[in-house]
Design a binder for this molecule. Structure first.
Ligand SMILES: Cc1cc2nc3c(=O)[nH]c(=O)nc-3n(C[C@H](O)[C@H](O)[C@H](O)COP(=O)(O)OP(=O)(O)OC[C@H]3O[C@@H](n4cnc5c(N)ncnc54)[C@H](O)[C@@H]3O)c2cc1C
Length: 328
């Protein structure tokens, strides 16, 4: 397995807070009832999950910054979160794989059909790998953008890859960690909708369920500022997010223990320039397969963006691989 980044997990990324060493999901955080593969996998590894905290009122901020805290509604009720973050799933999966087969910091640059085997060229310490078949678990648009193929892929395949938006690649996420989930005492869930920004949608990201109302609390928000306008503005955005939290949740929000900010549109192993403007709604994804030429049955696409049922979601990444394994 060849990985471009210096860590495994891809869009699953859960950095550690310094004092209590809790992990916070800066990429995906939820899965939902009716997504069987991820639930099965967590069960298999004995990794517990809990319901997204949703008890309490939602905060609404209008374009002028005026706030109301009396809305009895929850926008993510019913979603599940993994205890200890999704990084636990990555660690559990890695523990099953032979270490000598795992290569980090090895972006694939070129894939070439040899006489008998396929040669995969990377920028890593093992520059060439031979294989009978290659499974590309890379967002298709990114693969088309970064990897050259010899012989070239059919034009129709390249067109499908290019036109396949990488889900959430446009987005940025901010998390503030606090001593306690103090908003619960105020009758708030930490859900918020803002028409002012910079965050437009916020939720509770505390490490534990609301049944265990002790220990650290956290709130996360998706940025509403377009990717282009965020470029080079990290410090300003982080400060504005902190101020917004005070406006939404009061003075107790003024002293986070730690904050995290991740702009996925700037992540070279997730986004391309074409992802700067993401789709407004969830795209309908479909399989990408090669139906002509030498690459047929030798090269397969298996990122979540190639899953017809759950494309875009974590569940879709598992669905896509399931579909290929059945084919090979
Ligand atoms: C902010 C955000 C929030 C999200 N929230 C949710 C959520 O709550 N629930 C949900 O179900 N989904 C959510 N998603 C989507 C979810 O993250 C994806 O569906 C899932 O992680 C995709 O997994 P994947 O393995 O298909 O792709 P990725 O996780 O993108 O993995 C692709 C891998 O390929 C590597 N790579 C890239 N280029 C190369 C190269 N040239 N050579 C070698 N390796 C390469 C990357 O480094 C990466 O590790 C969210 C995504 C983001 C960004």
């Amino acid at each position: 397995m060849v990985e471009a980044r210096s860590r495994f997990g891809g869009r699953i990324f859960s950095p550690t807070e310094k004092i209590k060493q809790n992990h916070y999901d800066m990429g995906p955080a939820w899965f939902w009832p009716g997504q069987p593969r991820i639930a099965r996998l967590l069960q298999e590894f004995g990794i517990p999950y809990f319901d997204q905290a949703s008890r309490g009122n939602l905060v609404f901020e209008d374009p002028s910054g005026k706030v109301r805290r009396d809305l009895d509604m929850a926008t993510m009720e019913g979603a599940h979160r993994v205890e200890g973050s999704l990084a636990r799933l990555i660690d559990a999966l890695l523990s099953r794989l032979p270490k000598e087969k795992l290569q980090l910091s090895s972006p694939v640059q070129h894939i070439e059909m040899g006489e008998d085997e396929i040669q995969v060229t990377t920028e890593g310490t093992v520059p060439t790998i031979s294989a009978k078949q290659v499974l590309l678990c890379i967002p298709p648009r990114l693969a088309e953008h970064r990897i050259t193929f010899l012989p070239d892929l059919p034009q129709s395949t390249k067109q499908q890859m290019r036109s396949c938006p990488t889900w959430m690649a446009t987005h940025a996420k901010f998390i503030a960690v606090y001593e306690t989930p103090f908003w619960r005492e105020m009758g708030l869930s930490a859900d918020a909708i803002s028409h002012k920004g910079p965050m437009m949608e916020l939720h509770d990201a505390s490490p534990q369920s609301e049944a265990v109302n002790e220990g650290y609390g956290a709130i996360f928000g998706f940025l509403g500022v377009p990717a282009e306008a965020r470029k080079g503005q990290d410090a300003i955005i982080i400060e504005a997010c902190k101020q917004q939290l005070i406006n939404l949740f009061g003075e107790r929000a003024a002293s986070p223990i730690e904050v995290f900010y991740k702009d996925w549109s700037m992540a070279p192993y997730t986004a391309t320039k074409d992802d700067a403007n993401g789709p407004k709604s969830h795209p309908h994804y479909h399989t990408i397969s090669i139906s002509e030429g030498e690459w047929q049955n030798r090269l397969f696409f298996a990122a979540t963006e190639t899953a017809p049922q759950f494309g875009g979601f974590l569940e879709g990444a598992l669905e896509a691989v399931d579909n290929i394994i059945r084919k090979i």
